[in-house]
Design a protein around this ligand. Structure first.
Ligand SMILES: [Zn+2]
Ligand SMILES: [Zn+2]
Length: 75
C-alpha cells in the first residue's frame, strides 16, 4: 500500500498549481491560494480540500480506496 502525502492543489480562480504536504491530523476544509490569495473552501459533498482541488485524494481516502487490490507500484 502506497500512500502519497503530497498533492498539487490547483486554484479554480487563477489556475495556479501549488505542491502541498497534506495534513493527516485533521480534515482541511479551507486553503488560501498562494498566487491570487483566493480562499478555497471544501464544496458540499467533498471530503476535504485535497479531495476537491488536489490531484491526490487525502491520505484517509487513499486508505479507503486501497482496499481495492492493485499491483502497479511494485518495485
Ligand atoms: Zn489562485
Ligand atoms: Zn479527503
Amino acid at each position: 500500500m502506497k500512500i502519497s502525502f503530497k498533492t498539487v492543489i490547483e486554484c479554480p480562480d487563477c489556475g495556479h498549481k501549488s505542491e502541498e504536504l497534506m495534513d493527516v491530523q485533521e480534515v482541511v476544509s479551507c486553503y488560501r491560494c498562494r498566487s491570487c490569495d483566493s480562499l478555497l473552501v471544501t464544496p458540499a459533498g467533498e471530503c476535504c480540500i485535497y479531495c476537491a482541488f488536489g490531484d491526490e485524494k487525502c491520505p484517509s481516502c487513499q486508505v479507503k480506496l486501497s482496499t481495492v487490490p492493485e499491483n502497479i507500484t511494485k518495485q
